[in-house]
Every structure is written in C-alpha cells, then in structure tokens.
Design a protein around this ligand. Structure first.
Ligand code: ADP
Ligand code: NI
Length: 202
C-alpha cells in the first residue's frame, strides 16, 4: 500500500483503523481484534488494487495463520473483507456483514467523504485521467459494477452525485451516521462553491 497512487495508501488504512476504533467504542459487543484486523487488511485483497485477488487472499490467510489467528477468526475476517466493498453492493452479491464488518465498512466509507473524501476523489480521478467537471455530462444512476469501473465518461464532480453523497444514508451504525452528517455538509458546501466559481458567480 506504500506505493499506492490512487488514495488508498497506508494513511487511508490508518484513518480507517482509527475510525473503526472510534465507532467500536459505541459497540462494546463487537470483537475488537477482528474489527481492527479487517480494517488494517481490507484493501490488500481489493480488485482495484491487486490484479490477482485469489493470490493476495491466499497470502493474507497464510500471514494470519503465521500470526496465530484461529481458523474461525480468519473466516470471520475474510467474511468482512470479501463483502464490504462498494462494488459488491452494486451487484447485489454482498453477504450481510456482522457487526464488526458493519463498523469497518462505515469507517472505510467515512474516509471517502468530507474534506479527505474530496481530496481522495480528486487524486483518484487525476490518476485515472478523469475530467474534473463537465456540465454536459449527467451523473449516472443505478450503475452496474462494470459501469461503475468504466471511467471513460466519468467526471470527478459527478462521482460525488453518483456515490459519495449517497454514503451518508448507507452507514450501518448510528455512530458513523453522526460523523457523516458534518462531512456531508462539507461536500455540499464544496460543490456549491465549485459551481458558483465555475459560473463566475462567487
Ligand atoms: P470500495 O473501496 O468501497 O470498493 P472504491 O474502491 O470504488 O470503493 O472507491 C474508493 C474511493 O476511491 C472512493 O471513495 C473515491 O474516493 C475514489 N473513487 C472511486 N471511484 C472514483 C471515481 N470514478 N472518481 C473519483 N474518485 C473515485
Ligand atoms: Ni479502503
């Protein structure tokens, strides 16, 4: 993750771990070791970051065995990592997440919104050659997984409408929803200001 240039570097991981830890304080029943381990490892086996996800998963499993994790713990951690990603929800293939997974998914989504979310979306869009904004291109709705990953007509500003602004209402936990409220307003203010400046109105 140290070499990542798409906004999924180790700093992203550290924020997700920090947010998962913070949300967990409201849910003492959640297994803390499983929550934080899944938070640390969640992007290591992700399709957008590794080409061979099966090989990456096998490597992570062996790593956890070497660290002394039990088979039950490894199964629980992989259930989270295999089903928390946004694209899984688009295809309807995601299995329901246990409380630990709901916390990690919320933490990952919180890092996609707010001031950091704005920076990451611009960084990601720049990396993949997206236009910043084009008022002639309408945001897409009800995308399939393939459409979501097709960046040919994607713009960075449209990504807010297609995904980032929807995340607040997709939060699983009340603790994350509360954090998301402020971050949502930061994005809405940013978009309003962006368009006002675009139109020479601000
Ligand atoms: P997940 O990790 O839940 O599967 P993604 O990998 O699709 O989600 O996206 C992770 C982050 O990468 C997004 O929250 C956003 O910051 C950025 N991102 C993804 N797709 C785009 C896009 N088309 N334009 C700009 N940023 C994007
Ligand atoms: Ni992530």
């Amino acid at each position: 993750m140290g070499d990542d240039e798409t906004g999924h570097g180790f700093d992203h991981i550290q924020r997700v771990v920090g947010l998962a830890d913070r949300i967990s304080q409201s849910y003492p029943a959640a297994d803390h070791l499983e929550t934080l381990t899944a938070a640390y490892l969640h992007d290591v086996i992700d399709e957008k970051l590794v080409t061979d996800t099966a090989a990456a998963s096998a490597e992570v499993k062996q790593f956890l065995v070497d660290q002394g994790f039990t088979t039950a713990q490894i199964t629980a951690i992989f259930l989270i990592m295999d089903n928390m990603s946004y694209h899984k929800t688009l295809d309807g293939t995601a299995k329901p997440l246990p409380l630990e997974g709901q916390i990690v998914q919320d933490a990952d989504r919180l890092d996609a919104i707010g001031a950091i979310g704005i920076a990451r979306a611009i960084y990601f869009g720049g990396h993949f050659g997206e236009k910043i904004y084009d008022p002639a291109v309408q945001p897409r709705t009800a995308m399939t997984h393939a459409e979501y990953r097709n960046l040919n007509h994607e713009t960075i500003i449209n990504h807010f409408y297609e995904k980032l602004l929807t995340l607040k209402d997709l939060m699983n936990t009340a603790a994350a929803k509360q954090i998301a409220e402020h971050r949502q307003q930061v994005m809405l203010d940013y978009l309003a200001e962006y368009k006002a400046e675009w139109n020479a109105e601000a």
